[in-house]
Design a binder for this molecule. Structure first.
Ligand SMILES: C[S@@+](CC[C@H](N)C(=O)[O-])C[C@H]1O[C@@H](n2cnc3c(N)ncnc32)[C@H](O)[C@@H]1O
Length: 214
C-alpha cells in the first residue's frame, strides 16, 4: 500500500488534480508518443503507477488516443477505486499490480511518471517494465550523477516514503542491457531545474525516452 507512506491530504490533492488540473507531464508524454509512433496503428500502452488516471484523462482527449488500448497498473487499491469512480469507462483496464513483484503484460508503449523513485530499489522494477515493452519506454524520474536514497516521514503516515535519485549511468546501462537506445529530455513542468524538497534534499527530474532497437 503506497498510501501508507502518505496522508489524507495527499489523497485530497490527487482527487482535486484529477478532477480539475491537466498535468504538464501528461501532455509532454503524449507529444513525445505522437512524434514517435504512427497514429494510424493500434498500440497497447501500460501506465505503471497510474494513480487516479491522469494519463488516461489526457490520452482520451487526443484524436489518435482511440487507437491506443490503455491499461493502468498501480499497487494501491485506494487510488484504483478513486480512478474507477472518475473514469468508469476504463474500470476493466485498471489493475492492482506491484511492478517490483512481476512483469506487466507485454505492450508496445510503457509510461511511468514519478513512481520509479519511490520503489525500494531500481531493480527489478525497471527491468520488469523494459522487458515487457516492445517499442517505446517513457520514464519521468529523479536523475543525477550519483544514486542517492532518502527516507522521509510524512506527517500522519504509517511508513517512510522513499525518494531515490538514480544515476544517469545506472539507468542508461539498464536500458542498453535490455536492448533500448535512450535519450534524455528536459522535463517541461520543472524545466529539469534542481528542486529543493526538504531536509537538505535536492532532486532534479528528467524524462528518459527509450526506444527498443529492432
Ligand atoms: C507519486 S504517484 C505518481 C502518479 C502519476 N504517475 C503521476 O506522475 O502523476 C506514484 C504512484 O505509483 C504507485 N506505485 C508505487 N509503487 C508502486 C509499485 N511497486 N507498483 C505499481 N505502482 C506503484 C503509487 O501507488 C502511486 O499511485
Amino acid at each position: 500500500m503506497f498510501h501508507e507512506a502518505l496522508n489524507e491530504k495527499c489523497l485530497e490533492i490527487y482527487i482535486d488534480r484529477v478532477k480539475n488540473i491537466d498535468l504538464i507531464w501528461v501532455e509532454q508524454f503524449l507529444d513525445i508518443i505522437s512524434e514517435r509512433i504512427c497514429s494510424d496503428s493500434y498500440f497497447r500502452l501500460n501506465d505503471i503507477g497510474c494513480n487516479l488516471g491522469q494519463f488516461w484523462k489526457g490520452l482520451k482527449k487526443r484524436e489518435w488516443g482511440k487507437n491506443i488500448n490503455y491499461f493502468g497498473y498501480d499497487c494501491d487499491d485506494l487510488y484504483l477505486e478513486e480512478a474507477k469512480k472518475v473514469f468508469s469507462e476504463i474500470s476493466d483496464n485498471l489493475f492492482k499490480f506491484d511492478v517490483t513483484q512481476e512483469k506487466p503484460p507485454e505492450c508496445d508503449i510503457t509510461v511511468c511518471s514519478a513512481t520509479l523513485e519511490h520503489l525500494e530499489n531500481l531493480q527489478p522494477g525497471l527491468d520488469n517494465m523494459l522487458q515487457s515493452t516492445k517499442k517505446l519506454f517513457l520514464l519521468r524520474t529523479f536523475l543525477g550523477e550519483e544514486t542517492l536514497c532518502s527516507k522521509r516521514m510524512i506527517e500522519d503516515a504509517k511508513v517512510p516514503y522513499n525518494v531515490h535519485q538514480f544515476s544517469f549511468r545506472e539507468l542508461f546501462l539498464a536500458l542498453e542491457k535490455n536492448g533500448f537506445s535512450s535519450k534524455v529530455i528536459r522535463d517541461k513542468y520543472t524545466d529539469s531545474m534542481p528542486v529543493y524538497l526538504d531536509d537538505g534534499m535536492i532532486r532534479t527530474i528528467f524524462i528518459v525516452a527509450g526506444s527498443k532497437v529492432q
